[in-house]
Write a protein that binds this ligand. Structure first.
Ligand code: PDD
Length: 296
C-alpha cells in the first residue's frame, strides 16, 4: 500500500512529498515536532501532544498553522489515508519558507507536515527483555524543554550508544546527574520501591509518556520522587527504566556494561509497563495533558 503525507494543505504520495529548499526548518532547524503513538485507532494522549506542540511553538514565537479542530481532522485523515490502526503519527511545524536570513521573516505562513506509518507494537507485558544504556556527555543547548527539530546532539548520542551495542544513550550533565535519554526520559527505582525521575525544568523534555506514567503511579499508590540522580546511583539502584511515546515503559538491564538489578526488568518496571500498556489499550488513554505545567 502506498503511503501518503500531508504537506502544507495537500495529501501527496509519500515518495513525492517535498518541502521548499528555503524552508526554515530545513535551513535553520527553525521548527518543532511531535511524535504520537496510535493504538487501536486512537491517538494516545492527543491533548497532551497538542498542548506540548503549542507550547513549543509559543517558546519560538510561532503559532499553530491552523485551529485545533481542522488540525485534529488532518491528524485523523493522515492516519486514515495510511490505514494506521497501530503506529506512529509524526507532526512537524516550521516557521515557513523565506529568503535566508537569521531574523524572523515577516508575514510568512508556518509550514505543516504530517506522516504516519504502521507499527506492530509489542503490547504484551512480557515483551520487554530490557535494554542497555551508554552514558554520554550532555552537550545540548539550555532549552531542552522545547521539542525542537534541532536534534544533532541527540542523534550523535544515539549513534554512539548503538556503536557500543546499547539501545539508548543517557545524557549526563556537568555535575554527574542524568538529564534524560537521547529520545526518552530516564528513571530509576530506589531501595524503597519509589520511582525517581528528574523534575521538569529547561534541562529535559516534558515527556508525554512521563506524565502519563506519573499519573498511573499516583493512581496505584507508587511513590514518586522528582529529582536528579547520578549515574552511580543508577548503577546501585535495584531497577532503572525509560519512557517514551515509541518505547512505552522499557526496562534497563545495563549501564555502560554494568548490570542493573539481576539483569532483567524488575517488578516495579514490569508493573508500570503493564499499567501503561493497559492504559494505551483502554478508552481513557488521554490524560497526560499539560506535560510541562510545572515549568515556569
Ligand atoms: N522522543 N526526551 C527526549 C529528548 C525526546 O526526544 C523524547 C521523545 C522524550 C520522551 O517524550 P515522549 O514521552 O513525549 O515521547 C524525552 C520522540 C519519541 C522522538 O523524537 O521520536
Amino acid at each position: 500500500m502506498s503511503r501518503i503525507a500531508y504537506v502544507n494543505g495537500r495529501y501527496v504520495a509519500h515518495a513525492d512529498a517535498r518541502i521548499h529548499v528555503e524552508d526554515r526548518g530545513y535551513q535553520f532547524a527553525d521548527g518543532v515536532y511531535e511524535v504520537a503513538a496510535i493504538c487501536r485507532g486512537r491517538i494516545i494522549d492527543e491533548d497532551g501532544h497538542l498542548e506540548r506542540l503549542k507550547r513549543s511553538l509559543g517558546e519560538l514565537r510561532m503559532v499553530m498553522p491552523m485551529a485545533d479542530a481542522p488540525f485534529q481532522m488532518v491528524c485523523r485523515e493522515t492516519l486514515r489515508r495510511n490505514r494506521v490502526r497501530d503506529g506512529i503519527l509524526y507532526i512537524q511545524v516550521s516557521r515557513g519558507v523565506a529568503r535566508r536570513d537569521h531574523a524572523f521573516p515577516k508575514n510568512v505562513k508556518s509550514a505543516l507536515v504530517m506522516t504516519a506509518r504502521a507499527v506492530a507494537w509489542p503490547l504484551g507485558a512480557d515483551d520487554d527483555e530490557g535494554v542497555q544504556i551508554a552514558t554520554v556527555e550532555d552537550i545540548r543547548w539550555l532549552r531542552r524543554d522545547i521539542k525542537s527539530v534541532s536534534l544533532l546532539p541527540n542523534i550523535l548520542a544515539k549513534q554512539e550508544a548503538r556503536d557500543k551495542g546499547a539501545y539508548e544513550a543517557w545524557f549526563v550533565d556537568g555535575d554527574g546527574f542524568v538529564t534524560e535519554g537521547s529520545s526518552t526520559n530516564a528513571w530509576i527505582v530506589d531501595d524503597l520501591g519509589r520511582i525517581v525521575t528528574r523534575q521538569l525544568d529547561r534541562n529535559i523534555l516534558g515527556g508525554i509518556t512521563r506524565a502519563a506514567v506519573l499519573k498511573l503511579a499516583r493512581q496505584n499508590s507508587i511513590e514518586i520522587i522528582e529529582r536528579p540522580f547520578t549515574v552511580a546511583e543508577a548503577l546501585a539502584a535495584p531497577e532503572a527504566f525509560l519512557t517514551s511515546t515509541t518505547s512505552f515503559v522499557t526496562g534497563i538491564i545495563g549501564i555502560d556494561g554494568a548490570a542493573i538489578g539481576d539483569g532483567a526488568p524488575g517488578p516495579v518496571t514490569r508493573r508500570l509497563r503493564a499499567l501503561y500498556l493497559d492504559y494505551c489499550r483502554g478508552p481513557g488513554s488521554n490524560m497526560a495533558a499539560r506535560p510541562h505545567a510545572a515549568v515556569a
